[in-house]
Design a protein around this ligand. Structure first.
Ligand code: C5P
Length: 212
């Protein structure tokens, strides 16, 4: 079974995807880490004339050992990731890794922006997670505060909005709900309630598929 989970920054998609993977005993790939790792490889080169070429080269030589969430989870790398994510050749270079992960025997859960539209248009179940911007800002702020970091909520909100805009407007991004995606609004749900809702969607979709 392949489960695709897409949504904007801090919508809860990563936590939900991890929870679904645990629930169904499937491996999980947070595809944002791929873009973050490429962004990290070209940090400081934003104004270099060969920024795009360097980002493409970094995507082509990406190694799974580069995908350490502890190294890649900062807000700055999220923003940097969205800059390299607009480059078509970067997306193309990262495609095979994601596709191979999805197609492993038994299936997988992948979360990102374009899983249901571009990486796994054939996924068994597609979830598109949404949450209002204020709730996403508050969640991200609490994650940073839990790590002992101080947070300027207004600046964080502005960064999240800017990243949303860049991702939405990315002509190569595929960031929109697939026609057959199930929308899940987590604005007023805690993580347990959101996971229960996601499991109900997946179980319902699989039961309908089994009847077909
Ligand atoms: O999900 P996360 O916030 O880690 O993603 C970082 C950035 O990587 C996103 O803002 C987006 O620009 C890019 N991304 C993407 N396609 C994906 C996953 C992430 O374009 N499948």
């Amino acid at each position: 079974m392949i489960i695709a989970v897409d949504g904007p920054a801090a919508s809860g998609k990563g936590t939900l995807a991890a929870g679904l993977a645990r629930h169904y005993g499937l491996p999980h790939l947070d595809t944002g880490l791929l873009y973050r790792a490429v962004g990290r490889a070209v940090l400081g080169l934003e104004n270099a004339p060969d920024f795009e070429a360097q980002a493409i080269a970094a995507a082509q030589r990406l190694d799974p050992s580069d995908l350490d969430p502890a190294v890649l989870s900062s807000q700055a790398l999220g923003n940097q990731a969205s800059r390299v994510a607009v480059i078509a050749e970067v997306r193309a270079a990262l495609y095979a890794f994601q596709r191979d992960f999805a197609l492993q025997p038994g299936g997988a859960v992948l979360d990102g922006r374009d899983i249901g539209t571009r990486i796994c248009p054939d996924a068994d179940v597609k979830l598109f997670i949404v949450a209002e911007a204020w709730a996403r800002t508050e969640r991200r702020a609490r994650q940073f505060e839990a790590r002992g970091l101080s947070v300027d909520r207004q600046a964080l909100h502005a960064q999240i909005e800017e990243r949303d805009r860049r991702d939405r407007d990315n002509p190569n991004g595929g960031f929109f709900p697939a026609e057959d995606a199930h929308l899940l609004d987590t604005t007023r749900l805690d993580i347990e309630a959101a996971l229960r809702a996601a499991v109900a969607i997946v179980d319902g979709a699989m039961a309908r598929k089994a009847k077909q």
